[in-house]
Design a protein around this ligand. Structure first.
Ligand SMILES: *Cc1c(COP(=O)(O)O)cnc(C)c1O
Length: 435
């Protein structure tokens, strides 16, 4: 073999703890507020929808939180995930940059999302929850939670954005295969859903609407809790196994990244890769450039405002301090369904405010162009979401070529696109439009 391009860890290298960034923030994170009183919400109030153990994690000031053995045992089905150097992409771009990617598409549901789904299912099980309610856009989160619930013998009730339910049947089938129940949202299962359907029987749905339905379901059904696939502190924390592994793997490769990229929907996969590196920025004065990549069609970090806003459309959630386009924002229908959320995780928003993270936005046609280049050089068909990170990396690698400077770039390949091939087909047939 001429050159090592794949950096693998063994099962015993699965991290023993998640990294909680809260205690390392140079300024404290603004707390969630009660929508009525506008006062900080006492953590106990959150136990109406979340189990107490996860509420504790949400507000914890402990830096390292031990990963329970049953969770690590399930992680071992696909973790540690590989770190790969994209030498063929480098060559195609004729760039002096070294490009590394952490590949989260090797999990059974095909993305990073089970890293938190399994943890959340476990903590709910321990707390006595019998049934979880959640929402899903294109189905990545719903399928990951259905997968996770099955390990712990819990029911999983998913509200799936109606257009995706109709247009993207395969993840719906995956949810069924893993034993989940799926309703097109808005649905006839909740008061909010029935009200919207009465106004417009063809309401295409949105993530914000589906969240409202899942929360209403949780409040009204005994032994049920709510589960969210991104945005919240504990969700971002569960994803830090990605970055903790990547730090070890970059050491194996004998290199240190100078820029780190990831796509952002609610922010969790990129929080997962970047937070352990942000810790080195804060505590070791490292100079990594950390870049969140979003679609121009849903530009909360590049065009949104940093303010308190609801996480859902109906206004049932606490107010979170985040970059937002407004909780009523209806993102245009783009193929990267997982990036169509109006807000950004408070932890990620806080990092941007503190100047520890920057953001860029790209149109979907250029994203698909780079995704196809990636598929044709590295072999993996990326999820349309992950394609945003790839495109930003391609742009950076081209700049490195123009400047004749070596750079070491690391990005998160958050998932594969094998269930998103219709999006590629639209791109090839020229039907894809920039909005
Ligand atoms: C859901 C999803 C995303 C976006 O969600 P984040 O919380 O921002 O990570 C990105 N990539 C893939 C493959 C997804 O499934």
């Amino acid at each position: 073999m001429s050159q090592q391009t794949r950096f693998d860890l063994g099962q015993s290298d699965i991290p023993e703890c998640w990294y909680n960034i809260l205690p390392d923030f140079p300024e404290p994170l603004p707390p969630p507020l009660h929508p009525g009183t506008k006062q900080p919400i006492p953590p106990e109030a959150l136990t109406a929808i979340f189990p107490e153990n996860l509420v504790q994690q949400e507000v914890s000031s402990e830096r390292w939180i031990e990963i329970p053995d049953p969770v690590r045992d399930i992680y071992a089905l696909w973790r540690p995930t590989p770190l790969i150097r994209a030498v063929r992409l480098e060559k195609a771009l004729d760039t002096p940059a070294h490009i590394y990617y952490k590949y989260e598409g090797v999990s059974p549901p095909g993305s990073h999302k089970p890293n938190t789904a399994v943890a959340q299912a476990y903590y709910n099980k321990v707390a006595g929850t019998k049934r979880l309610a959640t929402e899903t856009g294109a189905g990545q989160w719903g399928s990951s939670l259905a997968f996770a619930c099955k390990f712990f013998g819990m029911e999983c009730n998913v509200y799936m954005v109606r257009v995706s339910y109709q247009q993207k049947p395969y993840r719906r089938m995956l949810m069924h295969t893993w034993g989940g129940t799926v309703h097109p949202s808005p649905s006839d299962q909740t008061e909010f859903g029935r009200k919207l359907l009465a106004e417009n029987p063809n309401n295409p749905g949105s993530l914000g609407i589906a969240i409202s339905e899942a929360i209403e379901d949780t409040i009204k059904t005994p032994n049920t809790k709510y589960s969210l696939g991104s945005v919240l502190n504990h969700v971002c924390m569960h994803q830090t196994v990605i970055g903790l592994e990547a730090i070890k793997q970059m050491e194996m490769a004998g290199e240190e990244p100078d820029s780190i990229y990831g796509c952002v929907g609610g922010g969790s996969n990129f929080a997962g890769l970047s937070f352990p590196f942000v810790r080195k920025k804060i505590t070791e004065n490292k100079k990594y450039k950390i870049v969140a990549v979003e679609p121009t069609a849903c530009p909360k970090m590049t065009k949104g405002e940093l303010r308190y806003d609801f996480g859902d459309t109906a206004g049932l959630t606490p107010l979170l301090m985040m970059y937002t386009l407004g909780h009523n924002f209806m993102p245009p229908s783009i193929h990267a369904g997982g990036l169509r959320y109006h807000g950004m995780a408070p932890t990620m928003s806080h990092l941007k405010k503190l100047g520890l993270l920057e953001a860029v936005a790209y149109h979907q046609t250029s994203v698909f162009e780079s995704s196809v280049l990636f598929a044709q050089t590295e072999g993996i068909v990326p999820a349309p979401e992950s394609g945003h990170a790839i495109h930003a990396v391609v742009e950076e690698a081209k700049r490195a070529r123009e400047e004749g400077k070596k750079r070491v770039i690391l990005f998160n390949l958050s998932g594969h696109g094998l269930l998103d091939l219709s999006a590629y087909e639209s791109y090839f047939s020229g039907k894809l439009q920039d909005v």
